[in-house]
Design a binder for this molecule. Structure first.
Ligand SMILES: Cc1ncc(COP(=O)(O)O)c(C=O)c1O
Length: 376
């Protein structure tokens, strides 16, 4: 089996499994209990928080553990609306459903006015348009993802943060696809909130965090025993947090090696696809730039491209047609539609990790040749 769907989720790292096993075997106390077992569990959580905070240059108190990216994004948007009275939210039509559906919910309740920034060719965020929207919409929240999960398009996050500061806007970035892929020093970006999800970088599923800038006060979003600065109550996921902290450590230790290796895989795949399929096109900005783990391509639609994702699956190759939510459907994803992919093309997203090899890619190309041209 060849797994090329690492933007959907990644395999757990062996070091992460070991660390989670160690914590599971040795710690069971409730971190809120004052006795020894409780205190030991509390140490695991606070050490994890400190470690993660250190890698992204923030204070431990700025990290609120959540069940993942979706929850972090929901809380950040709710916080901006309910605590800060934000009405104007400037976002894009290619955000993750965790953002778009939260915005839809609050819009239907009449609480926010969503404004969508213009996209340039290839789905690139039009920063000049963002600037003019910021000029005409006071007290806004800007909600833009750092890397798009379907195309890998990258936002110039530093420039966006500076614009937000100049115009007194709050800034939330969904950094689910870029944390642990680059050295991200959060204070450089003038961010108020970021969302993180551990399963995108070989950590456990169901665990992530919301970063909330220390200058912001936050009110309870999940009500209960007051855990996580009384923003998100509930007994903490100690095993998930320990695993996420280990995944951060491994990713940052091996970052330069992984960037070089995975970028090499992507470049090789581009070359092989171009050599073997002259009619291939690249969706979004992924051919020459973009996140090094994502490559989204399209083939001209023919009888042979029908159910291509499923045929690849049967041949033992896991890819997706867009995000995980869209991978089982033939319909074009909303992100690719907004990005300008012609309707009469069949798209495939390949997404890579350190666990892939050139051999995986060779087998994938051979299988594609077999399926699409019958030449192999
Ligand atoms: C860009 C992006 N944002 C948010 C999410 C949601 O994260 P989670 O699966 O942790 O809820 C995902 C993952 O599907 C994603 O790719």
């Amino acid at each position: 089996m060849i797994y090329l769907d690492n933007a959907a989720t990644t395999r757990l790292d062996a070091e992460v499994i070991n660390e989670m096993g160690r914590v599971m075997n040795n710690y069971f106390g409730n971190p809120s209990s004052i006795h020894q077992q409780g205190r030991e569990s509390r140490v695991i959580i606070e050490e994890g928080r400190k470690k993660i905070a250190g890698y992204i240059g923030v204070m431990p108190a700025e990290i609120v553990f959540t069940s993942g990216g979706t929850e972090a994004l929901n809380i950040a948007i709710s916080q901006a609306i309910q605590k800060y009275g934000i009405k104007n939210i400037i976002s894009s039509r290619i955000e993750h459903p965790a953002v778009l559906n939260t915005l839809k919910y609050f819009t239907e309740k009449g609480l926010v006015n969503p404004i969508f920034v213009r996209l340039k060719e290839k789905g690139i965020i039009d920063i000049e348009n963002l600037e003019s929207l910021l000029k005409t919409n006071a007290n806004a929240l800007v909600c833009l993802m750092h890397a798009n999960n379907e195309t890998g398009n990258l936002l110039p996050i530093k420039e966006t943060g500076q614009l937000c500061r100049q115009h007194n806007a709050m800034f939330l970035s969904d950094m689910v696809q870029t944390l642990c892929k680059y050295e991200n020093n959060i204070p450089n970006f003038n961010l108020d909130f970021i969302a993180c999800s551990a399963h995108k970088f070989h950590g456990p599923k169901g665990c992530g965090f919301l970063y909330i800038n220390k200058n912001l006060e936050a009110s309870p979003m999940v009500h209960g025993g007051g855990q996580e600065r009384n923003i998100r109550s509930g007994t903490e996921n100690i095993y998930g947090i320990a695993g996420m902290a280990k995944a951060f450590e491994v990713a940052h230790r091996d970052m330069q090696k992984n960037i070089g290796y995975i970028s090499g895989l992507k470049a090789y795949m581009i070359e092989q696809l171009k050599n073997n399929f002259p009619e291939i096109e690249f969706n979004g900005d992924c051919e020459n730039s973009g996140l090094y783990t994502i490559l989204n391509v399209s083939f001209p639609e023919t009888v042979k491209t029908k159910m291509l994702i499923q045929k690849l699956d049967i041949a033992g190759i896991s890819v997706s047609g867009g995000s995980a939510c869209h991978s089982a459907k033939e319909a074009m994803s909303y992100v690719l539609r907004e990005t300008g992919t012609p309707i009469n093309r069949t798209s495939v997203r390949f997404s890579f990790s350190k666990f892939n090899s050139k051999k995986d890619l060779d087998i994938c190309i051979e299988t594609l040749l077999n399926l699409l041209t019958g030449n192999k």
